[in-house]
Design a binder for this molecule. Structure first.
Ligand code: ATP
Length: 571
């Protein structure tokens, strides 16, 4: 049990209390320059937290979140100019409009990844800037003048509340199962889907939140400044600053956006007094130096001293000892899995051609074949990574050909990958919890995670990041994740490749134990035939995407066509 946890939390709690007290007392220092600087700094903190949600947690680097700041600013401006809505309601409506814009744009933009997403978002901000520059109702390039507000203290406190909400949402991301889902997308989106994570839903929600926060901030700024025009509403250097603040503080962390923004805003203000117009140059220097010297930013430095570490999500509260889960419903009678005349064509290449096969309850089926024969494509088709050009996949009597990967995983169709695709910076516990938590209540998921880790001998290393495990333990962890799903059918893709004889023995022992974990049927793809031949009830041989032999392993291995196409000589 982690008895030191409360003691370790004390500095953070004290720090939090001091920050809150300072925030509350700030207007006592006057309502002029200092309060405006505090309001601007808090606004930048909100923007930093907003950007961090989508770019830090899910890994979708955006250079266009300023779009939502601008949308929010114009929403408030138009509402207070053209309606009788009070300013605070207008600002809240800005948040709703921002979230809706995120809901509409998210599913479109988040189809892109990496540099394409970053450029897509940059393009979006530029398009909006042009639109607002010519849109007469919104004042075109001259912008809009709002009724003069002059209420610095209420606006300051409203910005404080928004900053606290942004911090709270980020804390939810670092502590919750939903946050774990979001972080898994940053690590490996495809592997996350194979563990039941609804990737699209999670990233669209993160995107909506990361749109709502700057939209509210934009509304407050518009009201505070009593003026808004396209060049300040969609200012690209605002995005650049926010990226620098978060990188400096620590991307994907709870405290990083706060620390990075606070320090750089205050330093930038001082620097700007002595060297006007050189603020952006200062930020440029800071980001280069930070990325080179401290990739984890200030938060990473604090972590080295044991401070500000992200707690393990739903960490076990005592010794890890889970009970075997209650037996699931028995699979319906008939085949567990059926492939009906599956053809998969990629551009200019047929990877599978008219493949039909069945997996019966209690069966271990081995699929062998030369490199490029179509074995992985077969697994990809069964698990939904690839949509077949023709044919049907039937699982437990239901056609699942069009079902998304995460739904298949939740229904108990689990797979491993040729090279383990763990979430390297998530802990061993979190890697398994990610699979166990879907479709289960929190305490059941934790008990199941504990049981799987204990059963596979991984319990002592539950708090280590997966990247710190030896290759053998990483393979075990991949098994643990597969079993975390409590699967009915397990697909294992070359799990013994590159292993020593001893490591293979460990894997063989786990494969033999699969029924103990409720697994009703297994398909093994393997090149190391000698290591699996006694595990298989039946063997299927693929050659250039076609089944050329099928039957009891020893008969298949003696088949002259198999010897000619794959083995070279009889085993
Ligand atoms: P190995 O034993 O080397 O893993 P395999 O039997 O698993 O091979 P697959 O990975 O299924 O073979 O590939 C079958 C064929 O389909 C190969 O020629 C491969 O290059 C091609 N292929 C697989 N995936 C794609 C893709 N997404 N786009 C285009 N071609 C692909």
């Amino acid at each position: 049990m982690d008895t030191k946890a409360p003691a370790r939390r004390l500095p953070a709690l004290l720090g939090g209390a001091v920050i809150l007290a300072l925030m509350a007392a700030m207007p006592l220092l006057g309502t002029g320059y200092i309060l405006q600087l505090a309001t601007d700094t808090l606004t930048a903190i909100v923007l930093a937290y907003g950007w961090n949600l989508i770019s830090g947690f899910t890994g979708y680097l955006s250079f266009g979140q300023v779009s939502f700041y601008g949308i929010g600013a114009y929403t408030t401006a138009l509402l207070v100019i053209h309606t009788a809505v009070p300013w605070y309601l207008a600002v809240l409506v800005s948040g709703v409009v921002g979230a809706l814009a995120g809901l509409i744009l998210g599913p479109i933009m988040l189809r892109l990844r990496g540099i394409l997403f970053a450029l897509g978002m940059l393009g979006l901000a530029r398009i909006l800037s042009v639109v607002f520059n010519i849109w007469g109702f919104a004042g075109a390039s001259l912008g809009l003048s709002l009724p003069s507000a002059l209420m610095p203290v209420p606006i300051y406190y409203a910005t404080c509340l928004l900053a606290l909400a942004a911090f709270g949402i980020t804390a939810f991301f670092t502590h919750s199962g939903f946050g774990l889902d979001a972080m898994s997308l940053n690590e490996d989106e495809e592997a996350a889907a194979a563990l039941g994570v609804p990737a699209t839903r999670v990233k669209v929600i993160a995107f909506m939140l990361s749109a709502a926060l700057p939209a509210i901030a934009g509304g407050l700024v518009a009201w505070n400044r009593s003026y808004m025009d396209p060049s300040s509403a969609f200012n690209p250097s605002l995005d650049l600053q926010v990226v620098v603040f978060v990188l400096f503080g620590g991307i994907g962390t709870l405290w990083g956006p706060f620390l990075g923004t606070l320090i750089l805003m205050l330093a930038g203000e001082q620097f700007g007094v002595s060297f006007p117009n050189l603020q952006l140059a200062l930020y440029g220097v800071v980001v280069v130096a930070t990325v080179l010297a401290f990739p984890g930013g200030l938060n990473g430095i604090a972590n080295r001293f044991g401070w500000l570490r992200r707690p393990v999500v739903r960490a076990p509260r005592g010794e890890i000892r889970g009970a075997p889960p209650p037996a699931g419903a028995a699979p319906p009678p008939g085949a567990l899995l059926e492939l009906r005349d599956i053809t998969v064509r990629f551009t200019g290449l047929t990877a599978l051609s008219g493949v039909s096969l069945t997996l019966s309850p209690g069966e271990t089926l081995c699929v062998i074949g030369a490199n490029g024969a179509g074995k992985t494509t077969l697994f990809n088709t069964i698990t939904g990574f690839v949509t077949p050009t023709a044919g049907q996949v039937v699982y437990l009597g239901q056609t699942i050909t069009a079902l998304p990967t995460f739904r298949r995983a939740r229904q108990g169709l689990a797979r491993s990958f040729q090279i383990p695709r763990l979430m390297p910076s998530l802990t061993v516990w979190e890697n398994v919890l990610l699979a166990s938590r879907h479709g289960r209540q929190a305490d059941r998921a934790e008990a199941h995670t504990a049981w799987v880790l204990e059963a596979l001998g991984l319990a002592p290393m539950w708090s280590l990041p997966a990247s710190r495990l030896s290759p053998g333990h990483q393979r075990q962890l991949e098994f643990a994740r597969v079993l975390g799903l409590q699967p009915t059918v397990v697909l294992l893709d070359e799990v013994m490749a590159g292993m020593t004889a001893e490591e293979r023995e460990t894997v063989r022992a786990v494969v033999r134990r699969l029924p103990e974990f409720g697994v009703a049927g297994t398909i093994l793809v393997e090149h190391v035939i000698a290591a699996v031949v006694d595990l298989c009830d039946r063997m299927v041989v693929l050659d250039f995407g076609r089944i050329i032999a099928e039957g009891p392993p020893r008969e298949v291995l003696a088949n002259p066509d198999v010897v000619k196409a794959y083995l070279g000589e009889a085993l």
